[in-house]
Design a protein. Structure first.
Length: 282
């Protein structure tokens, strides 16, 4: 119970990677506040995480909006009196407050080509994966500065470590995730005098709702994957891209988050940690 009595605010914590991080933090005793736009999934997450014996609450939050990020942090402070950790996990490729995209329509329009990527899609990916991290941090830092303690963890990606040749949408996502790493380092410098540790985690390939949609799109657009199920596509990509040959799990990322939030990592700041089975060795 390394984190017993601590309070963690986790954006995007209702499902997938974010939910896995919440569960890992909760197993070590941290109380959880989830900020997520997916209200129904947040209710399920609250129930499951609460079974570990910690308190778990949620507030519907669109991290692309300043006032909603501020409301999330204020909600946590009013509930528990303070916050200890902020994990910025909200991200992905599409708007989860809108209907799922029509895969056949995406194929028809060939969104993989740079010249065909709509400006509004580009803006959404950047706003969700980069601006949303900034606004979440901006909302929390006044509290961390005042108490002269805290941990901030941003979730980047192995895609933020290198250029990609897998379509304009992923190119935009990759660029946003790379920007998150540099922002993390800059924030670490600003927050160091206040004893606030700021680090990034770069996950590898993880089966999440976003990856399921991406795998379905690949099965429709890449000849080598034609006719395959999304699960088969995912398995082949993971085996080909990862030296260990297997994908990561949300818990793998959660374990790193636990370490970075613990006193074991009190002298670590401004770093980006790859948890990717060896995809990027730097």
């Amino acid at each position: 119970m390394k984190l017993e009595g601590k309070i963690a605010v986790v954006t995007g914590g209702a499902s997938g990677l974010g939910k896995g991080i919440c569960q890992s933090l909760a197993r070590e005793g941290a109380d959880i506040v989830i900020g997520d736009i997916q209200e129904a999934l947040a209710k399920t997450a609250i129930k499951e995480i609460g079974e570990t014996g910690v308190t778990c609450k949620a507030l519907k939050t669109d991290v692309k909006k300043t006032m909603e990020c501020k409301a999330l942090v204020e909600f946590a402070v009013n509930l528990f009196g303070h916050i200890d950790f902020l994990v910025c996990c909200a991200g992905g490729g599409r708007d989860y407050d809108a209907p799922a995209p029509d895969i056949e329509d995406l194929v028809k329009r060939d969104y993989n080509a740079i010249e065909n990527l709509p400006e509004e899609v580009f803006d959404h990916i950047v706003d969700l994966n980069f601006k949303g991290v900034f606004l979440s941090i901006q909302a929390a830092v006044p509290y961390f500065k005042k108490q002269k303690y805290g941990r901030i963890i941003t979730i980047s990606s192995v895609a933020g470590r290198r250029g990609v040749n897998a379509g304009a949408g992923l190119m935009t996502y990759s660029a946003a995730k790379a920007a998150v790493i540099l922002m993390t380092q800059s924030v670490a410098c600003e927050m160091a005098p206040y004893h606030v540790n700021v680090n990034a985690i770069c996950p590898g390939i993880i089966w999440t709702p976003s990856w399921a949609e991406n795998a379905l799109l690949l099965s429709k657009t890449v000849p080598a994957f034609k006719g395959m199920t999304p699960e088969d596509v995912f398995t082949i990509v993971a085996k080909h891209e990862i030296p260990f040959g297997n994908p990561q799990s949300p818990e793998d990322i959660g374990n790193m988050a636990v370490f970075l939030c613990s006193d074991d990592a009190k002298e670590i700041t401004g770093q980006a940690f790859n948890v990717d089975g060896g995809m990027r060795m730097n």
